[in-house]
Design a binder for this molecule. Structure first.
Ligand code: OAD
Length: 246
């Protein structure tokens, strides 16, 4: 199937862990996924961090270490090409924290769930900062500026955990784009199980405003029936040939 993008098209893309699978990064809910060996409550919730920050930092430090040598794949690169054609009529919302869309060259990308290589202080209002450190298993990193003021403050990954609000700037960017597009909106979801909201609900918004929605996924996810067109297969193979740009 080839989807034509005429010059008036507004294309909103949502990606999930499946788009990075062909770069060698495990997804969450597939066999051998990240949620097989870890409990969400323990490593991806504020309660889990409160209870045991060392376990949480071990989980994210391991994911930082596993990013060594990982490269974007053909799926990421295909989305960069489409963005070049559509310009400001393109917006990429990603649930992924691996930074591979930016590494591939995507510019109009919103990291809805944060970024793995970014940390922030749990106490002071220092802005989130780049932090690629793989912390030793028994070290929970502390905020330097706070320490200088005699305050012991833990750092945390700048990642949206379950039960936390998505960054308001991310949601505002999405809303602005959808309002601009109206019924001309075309929505493509790639590599996501459609289980985590608000990302999984974007397709319903698209339908309500009369847009058309496509899904590219390795299997039929929870919200598959909400999509107008479904292509089952791998993102790295399908995305490079999916769009015919007129
Ligand atoms: P999941 O692991 O839930 O789903 C990944 C989806 O990608 C599955 O439906 C797979 O069938 C599909 N898939 C796997 N390999 C693929 C490939 N090569 N090409 C296309 N599709 C492929 O990951 P997400 O839907 O991204 O949040 O999970 C959403 C959120 O839940 C994540 O952001 C994360 C997780 O808990 C937090 O950690 C806060």
């Amino acid at each position: 199937m080839t989807l034509s993008l005429d010059p008036s098209t507004f294309l909103l893309v949502l990606t999930g862990a499946g788009v990075s699978a062909e770069s060698g990064i495990p997804t969450f809910r597939d066999a051998n996924g990240l949620w097989e060996g870890n409990r969400v409550e323990d490593v991806a919730s504020p309660e889990g961090f409160e209870r045991d920050p060392l376990t949480v930092w071990r989980f994210y430090s391991e994911r930082r270490a596993n990013m060594t040598g990982v490269e974007p794949n053909a799926g990421h690169r295909a989305l960069v090409e489409i963005e070049r054609v559509l310009g400001d009529r393109f917006l990429l919302m990603t649930q992924n924290i691996d930074g591979l869309h930016t590494a591939a060259g995507s510019e109009r990308v919103v990291e809805m769930h944060g970024n793995l290589m970014t940390s922030r202080c749990t106490v002071c209002d220092r802005p989130p900062f780049e932090d690629r450190t793989v912390y030793r298993p028994n070290v929970a990193p502390m905020c330097g500026p706070c320490k200088q003021r005699g305050v012991d403050a833990l750092l945390r990954p700048h990642i949206v955990w379950f039960g936390e609000q998505l960054p308001s700037a991310a949601m505002h960017r999405l809303e602005t784009f959808v309002n601009r597009a109206g019924a001309k909106l075309r929505f493509l979801a790639v590599g996501t199980s459609g289980l985590v909201y608000p990302a999984a609900g974007i397709v319903d918004v698209v339908r309500r405003i009369g847009g058309r929605s496509w899904l590219v996924n390795a299997d039929r996810p929870a919200n598959v029936s909400a999509f107008d067109e479904v292509v089952i297969g791998s993102a790295g193979k399908i995305l490079p040939t999916l769009f015919a740009t007129t």
